[in-house]
Design a protein around this ligand. Structure first.
Ligand code: AMP
Ligand code: ZN
Length: 130
């Protein structure tokens, strides 16, 4: 088993070497959009759309595949926060505007960083991707 597939309970190298854990800990800089005790949002370094930020739980969860009932409150908070942050970051209101929330999960889901994150993308089209 390599680091990317290590279980969530692993506190070894999977977490120690995790890019988004380091961003959550302030060890690697990010352009912050929002922060509270459990959640961090920051601009994607390689945006696909005029608005493109990532929402992460501060706790390490490898991906959506590891999300279970114990994460309901956390994931619910993140989803309920997304519309507010999208508007604050410049997405136009629904229905003319709107935004896209994407969670890539696993290799076949296109996941590159194995710390759960939600892409929130919006703004006038065309977009670079998506
Ligand atoms: P995914 O393919 O869903 O795992 O997406 C990972 C995302 O993280 C990509 O959109 C990257 O551009 C973004 N990313 C990688 N490194 C950083 C970083 N240091 N700060 C902000 N975003 C990053
Ligand atoms: Zn992590």
């Amino acid at each position: 088993m390599n680091d990317k597939n290590a279980p969530v309970i692993s506190t070894g190298s999977a977490v120690a070497s995790c890019l988004f854990c380091k961003i959550a800990a302030g060890q690697i800089p990010s352009r912050k959009v929002y922060e509270d005790e459990h959640i961090l949002a920051f601009h994607d370094i390689n945006p696909w759309a005029p608005v493109h930020f990532l929402m992460i739980p501060k706790m390490h969860i490898n991906s959506m595949a590891q999300v279970g009932p114990e994460h309901e409150a956390l994931i619910g908070r993140m989803m309920a926060l997304a519309p507010r942050l999208a508007l604050e970051q410049g997405c136009r209101p629904y229905p003319e505007g709107g935004f896209r929330v994407v969670t890539n999960t696993g290799a076949e889901g296109g996941q590159e960083v194995h710390h759960l994150h939600f892409h929130v993308m919006g703004g006038p089209r065309p977009w670079l991707r998506g």
